[in-house]
Design a protein around this ligand. Structure first.
Ligand code: NDP
Ligand code: MG
Length: 389
């Protein structure tokens, strides 16, 4: 039995993780649930799963939750970063589902690894900004990290059977390159001029996936694929030039690996995040899953094209950011988090997300091999700069 700490339990990944727990009640026990502020949903989850500990990051919501569950005994309630860190390193659980959104996940994920927890990681922003610190930590603390992001799960699944050391590779000599697929999002084929007028509702209409708001906007700008290149780089120990992005509008091939002998092995399936979550939780086992099966006769055509670097400038920028490394991926990511939040509040237009990222990245003096403090400081400085615009 696995004892789970689900960080981000009220989100898209968090709730799908809990569906898997419902499907396999004998395999999982939920020990920790952590959220930002959605206490109404959290209360339902608490009453159903009876965790030992819960954390509500925002203090006002934390006080509200305490009132809501006053009739329940034996549940410890925490708040703030202190609360997240106390939960992340608590001995009551063994597997963290890292499903918070944004680089707020860095410190709790690190705390979990230090405490020897296994991590099922959806929270890509943590690897984008601190992958160079996280990956060596897994070795140091003798623990494992399994990708939940569907493309990275597909790559990981494609690597099974190779003589390779554990779930995350130091760079396998047999990998020639990674073929990272992207749907292209709702604005594939559109021009920047057209995109200027697109609203929040337009950008949230993803053709294939139902996800949280932030990652859905990231898919519309294609920044998500930029972040995923950086995530893949750390997870699989490859060089930036070994990652090729393919636009594949059907989202059936979830990514593939080309090997040195020319073989290309990929993973296909209907777009459904439950599979990569379940694979990360049961690895190396494959288990029954009730989901729509892939009918290749019905899909009929699988289409691939090159990404449009002109109309998706923030995606085009990502490769240089990845190559430069150091604090630059943090600036790219922090500027994106800030700009997406502003766009969702309707304070800026869609194409201004890319403009803000570009401005923040171009003025930054890169610090190489940053420690955690430098990463968090860089995030703060990026946000302070963007606030002056
Ligand atoms: P959602 O916005 O749906 O959910 C985010 C979750 O994180 C919520 O439970 C939220 O709580 C919680 N949260 C946010 N801030 C904090 C905080 N400071 N402390 C504690 N909890 C916090 O996001 P998604 O589920 O879509 O995405 C989660 C991560 O997974 C992201 O990094 C995303 O890129 C990645 N991912 C998601 C995929 C998907 O299909 N959704 C696919 C691949 C990757 P509250 O509800 O209270 O706000
Ligand atoms: Mg993905």
């Amino acid at each position: 039995m696995k004892h789970l700490g689900i960080f981000g339990s009220t989100g898209s990944i968090g709730t799908q993780t809990l569906e898997i727990v419902r499907d396999y009640p004998d395999d999982f026990r939920v020990e920790i649930l952590a959220v930002s502020s959605n206490v109404a949903k959290l209360e339902h989850q608490i009453r159903e799963f009876r965790p030992k500990k819960v954390c509500v990051y925002k203090e006002e919501a934390y006080l509200d939750l305490k009132n809501r569950i006053a009739d329940l005994s034996g549940i410890e309630v925490y708040t703030g970063m202190e609360g997240l860190l106390a939960c992340a390193s608590d001995p009551c659980y063994d597997t963290m589902v890292a499903a918070v959104v944004g680089m707020i996940g860095i410190l709790p994920t690190m705390a979990a690894i230090r405490a020897g927890k296994c991590v099922a990681l959806a929270n890509k922003e943590t690897l984008v900004t601190a992958g160079h610190l996280i990956m060596p930590m897994l070795k140091e603390y003798h623990t494992d990290l399994y990708p939940v992001d569907s493309e990275h799960s597909a790559i990981f699944q494609s690597l099974q059977g190779l003589p390779y050391n554990g779930p995350v590779s130091d760079g396998n000599a047999a990998i020639k390159r990674i073929l990272l697929t992207a749907s292209g999002g709702p604005f594939r084929g559109r021009t920047l001029a057209e995109m200027k007028n697109y609203t929040v509702e337009d950008a949230l209409r993803h053709p294939n996936w139902a996800m949280g708001q932030k990652i859905t906007i990231d898919s519309a700008t294609m920044v998500n694929k930029g972040l995923e290149m950086m995530e893949a780089r750390w997870l699989f120990g490859v060089e930036p030039d070994q990652i090729t992005v393919l636009i594949h509008p059907q989202s059936i091939l979830h990514s593939a690996v080309e090997f040195t002998d020319g073989a290309v092995i990929g993973q296909m399936g209907m777009p459904d995040m439950k599979l990569p979550i379940q694979y990360a939780l049961f690895y190396p086992e494959r288990k029954q899953m009730t989901a729509k099966p892939l009918d290749l006769f019905q899909v009929a055509d699988l289409h691939f094209e090159k990404p449009d670097l002109v109309n998706f400038p923030a995606f085009a920028l990502a490769r240089d950011v990845m190559k430069t490394g150091g604090t630059l991926p943090t600036v790219y990511n922090a500027a994106n988090e800030y700009a997406v939040a502003k766009f969702l509040r309707r304070e800026i237009g869609f194409t201004e997300i890319g403009d803000m990222i570009l401005k923040a990245v171009s003025r930054h003096a890169v610090i190489s091999n940053p420690d955690t403090e430098t990463i968090l400081q860089t995030e703060k400085e990026t946000v302070s700069y963007l606030k002056t615009l």
